[in-house]
Design a protein around this ligand. Structure first.
Ligand code: HSE
Length: 398
């Protein structure tokens, strides 16, 4: 019998207790031992919860119980989650987490601490929700040099963009619905400003290129500046609008950034709608593979965290700690990266064609035009845009 504890009883915490209870036999078989829920660390009372006899308010109860060998941290944020994760590892307990903010900012430190103390530190649920992504990246693709990772890494913004494009819903209404469905963070700023996708991009880049990037340094643009006109023009140009995280290996570091992109409808990512996430990985041997599935929500995320609990138990004698790199890697600006660009401008077709011979502007209901350029880097684009009344510029995924 192995005891595990859950820190936090929010969306993911409740889901985790439920899915492990629901799949008790299968989970115990995966773990190689019977799993017993020891404690759930809470801040409030839940008198009606079926797990009410497991609730504790003091982390020291969990920390000092030698029978607890795995702690699932699903509190979120970097305050108590960071402190309790460290204390759990120091007490000889494996830690599993879905907390992308903590993993992106202190993951390497916690991973090193876990190695020192002979325990596992796993965080499959931190990127892509329920999608098996980090384990396949580090293990199934072990024979590859990973050259590029990019994808739709935030369910809330994908839900909002899909609702705006397909149902013509206003941004605020779509955001409210995403919050009701439990996709959005309590404060949606991290979702809509791209910060959540940036943290996930940092984790993917660290695991792919070993750079231990500072997420705060990754150029990040969210979806709040997008206007209905961009969705309308994108559609007329044969594209969907998606918030993408992107990281590319370079000789001397890596390019990483998060920004809305126009994605041609022929590309796999264009059809990933609603809360679904998808991440493309380009490896030296495999070529490009795409992982997709539900990127947020109670049970999908709990599914990933529960599997980490089972793996941590099974690997007690041979702890699992994914490689997040060693040194501070060089982060290279995306400005030098050539790509086609989408431009929205208030301009006559002749003015557009003078600046960009060969492009075909389309006109939307606001009277503005949208067009897609040839591939070029950002300085070249800005040079050509001089003299046009430009309202928006986004990359187009090539
Ligand atoms: N708020 C996040 C999202 C939750 O919408 O993707 C999953 O990380």
């Amino acid at each position: 019998m192995t005891k595990y504890a859950i820190l936090g009883f929010g969306t993911v915490g409740v889901g985790l207790a439920e899915v492990i209870a629901d799949q008790k036999e299968k989970m115990s078989a995966a773990a190689g031992d019977e799993l017993e829920l020891g404690y759930i660390l809470v801040r409030h009372d839940y008198p009606d919860s079926p797990f009410r006899d497991k609730l504790v308010r003091d982390f020291a109860v969990i920390e000092s119980d030698p029978d607890v060998s795995v702690v699932a941290e699903v509190i979120g944020g970097v305050g108590p989650a960071y402190e309790y994760s460290k204390r759990a590892i120091l007490a000889g307990k494996s830690v599993v987490s879905s907390n992308k903010e903590l993993v992106a900012t202190h993951g390497l430190e916690l991973a090193e601490l876990a190695k020192e103390h002979g325990v596992s530190y796993l965080f499959e649920g931190s990127v892509g929700g329920g999608i098996p992504l980090l384990r396949p990246l580090s293990r199934c693709l072990a024979a590859n040099r990973i050259d590029e990772v990019y994808g739709i890494l935030n369910g809330t913004t994908n839900y909002i963009l899909t609702a705006m494009a397909e149902k013509g819903q206003a941004y605020g209404d779509a955001l409210k619905k995403a919050q009701e469905l439990g996709y959005a963070e309590a404060d949606p700023t991290a979702d809509v400003e791209g910060i959540d996708a940036c943290r996930k991009t940092a984790i993917l880049a660290d695991m792919s290129f070993g750079g231990n990037l500072d997420p705060a340094a990754i150029p990040t643009t969210g979806i709040t500046a997008l206007e209905p006109a961009d969705l309308e023009l994108a559609k007329a140009l044969g594209c969907a609008v998606k918030l993408l995280g992107h990281a590319i290996r370079r000789e001397d570091g890596c390019v990483a950034f998060v920004a809305p992109h126009l994605v041609p409808l022929s590309h796999t990512l264009a059809s990933i709608n609603g809360v679904m996430n998808a991440c493309a990985v380009r490896g030296s041997a495999v070529g490009e593979v795409v992982f997709c599935g539900p990127g947020a929500g109670r049970y999908p995320t709990a599914s990933a965290v529960a599997a980490d609990v089972a793996d941590a138990v099974r690997h007690r004698a041979d702890p699992m700690v994914p490689d997040l790199g060693r040194a501070n890697g060089k982060l290279i600006s995306p400005d030098g990266l050539a790509s086609p660009w989408y431009v929205r401008a208030a301009a006559e077709a002749d003015a557009v064609k003078n600046a960009f011979p060969g492009v075909k502007p389309v006109y939307g209901s606001t009277g503005e035009c949208g067009f897609i350029t040839e591939a070029m880097d950002k300085p070249a684009l800005l040079g050509k845009l001089e003299g046009l009344d430009v309202r928006a510029v986004y990359r187009v995924l090539a």
